[in-house]
Design a binder for this molecule. Structure first.
Ligand code: SF4
Length: 372
């Protein structure tokens, strides 16, 4: 792997556990997604959770809007291995139920569930089952008095709302929580997290809410989360996309990979191509991305169109090809060791990459790319 110039100093936060996944402290930034099936459809929800887990997510969230959904949650929880956060709004009785049914975290805002006795019951329940709480403030559902005070959603309003919920948990001496302050406006969201990071020691769950479809949502999230993560802020994240939740996981990892904070699967380094390209670079990358999506080992693979930038990129990667007439120069571990004819490039590269992964599984000390 090429040398990284990332020098991100992560904010020191307290660590909590969501199931077996540590969030905060020195734990890697975890990637989450959320199901969009009907929770009462157990089979569909379990299938989607499994797809999300296979894509590499560390944690998944499921909304539990009714007691029927809570009963379905009980079945779902039994059938999946990944930690599951139960997302509850207002009804504290649902929180008590899903905690009993094995939720690994409760997403509920203590200030929204009524009197102090209800809050106490939820907090006691979380304490008894050793599960954390996620406070989730959203710019679209700020309290009316805060909207009147600030005139509109602002970073300060988001943080004041979050601190109200934090105060509830403080009152009950419950420090095992994480907080999100999401907004669809990128700068409002980023500034709210910056303010909140100075106020509490708990882990922060990052997200730009209602970011948009696959392309725009990915761009917005990459900028917003990228700004925060590059400042060391953020312990877990969800990229919110109006798209398949599996895409949220992929984009989440791509953001972390780009910042050198985590790595998973193949990191393709590919040139955009120009008239100097000697073979179909774009088709090769497309085909290999699909064929090798099952590989979780981090590996840098350079697919470069010609010798202008080919050798330079290939010697930094674990595996690389640089286009030449009729064949590509093939590089492994920084050295040119072979040539591959264009017409068999995709099949041969797949074989060689799989062979390298198998070798590194047996000889992890030979890895150039480090897994974080
Ligand atoms: Fe063009 Fe070669 Fe650069 Fe690729 S590496 S963009 S083919 S000059």
């Amino acid at each position: 792997m090429s040398k990284s110039f990332s020098n991100i100093q992560r904010r020191k936060s307290l660590q909590i556990k969501v199931g077996n996944v540590a969030v905060g402290g020195d734990a890697p930034v975890s990637v989450q997604s959320m199901t969009n099936t009907l929770t009462t459809d157990v089979a569909a929800t379990v299938a989607q959770i499994n797809s999300i887990a296979e894509a590499g997510a560390d944690i998944v969230r499921v909304s539990v809007p009714s007691m029927d959904a809570a009963e379905a949650f009980r079945e779902i929880r039994k059938q999946v291995a990944i930690p599951v956060v139960a997302d509850i709004h207002f009804d504290y009785r649902i929180a008590l139920k899903v905690a009993e049914y094995g939720a690994d975290c409760l997403r509920i805002n203590p200030g929204n569930i009524g009197n102090a006795d209800r809050v106490r019951q939820v907090v006691d329940c979380a304490r008894d089952y050793h599960i954390p709480i996620r406070i989730g403030v959203n710019g679209g559902s700020l309290e009316r008095d805060l909207l009147e005070k600030y005139g509109e959603p602002t970073p300060e309003a988001l943080v004041e709302s979050a601190m109200r919920h934090v105060d509830y948990l403080d009152r009950f001496d419950f420090p095992y929580f994480k907080v999100s302050v999401k907004a669809s406006d990128l700068f409002m969201c980023v500034n709210a997290y910056r303010l909140l990071a100075k106020k509490i020691d708990q882990p922060l769950h990052l997200g730009i809410t209602e970011a948009g479809g696959l392309r725009m949502g990915s761009v917005k999230s990459s900028i917003g989360l990228g700004l925060l993560l590059s400042e060391g802020i953020g312990d877990t994240l969800r990229v919110s996309l109006a798209a398949d939740p599996v895409e949220e996981v992929k984009v989440g990892f791509d953001i972390l990979k780009s910042l050198g904070l985590r790595s998973r699967g193949i990191n393709f380094i590919a040139c955009p191509t120009c008239s100097r390209r000697e073979y179909d670079v774009i088709g090769t990358v497309d085909a290999l991305e699909k064929r090798l999506s099952d590989i979780t080992m981090p590996l840098d693979v350079a697919i470069i169109g010609c010798v202008v930038n080919g050798p330079g990129e290939c010697i930094k990667a674990d595996i690389g090809v640089a286009g030449a007439k009729k064949h590509c120069g093939y590089y492994e571990n920084g050295e040119r060791v072979d040539r591959i004819p264009h017409e068999v490039l995709i099949d041969e590269l797949e074989k060689k990459i799989r062979a390298r992964v198998a070798y590194l599984n047996e000889h992890p000390e030979a890895a150039r790319t480090m897994f974080v």
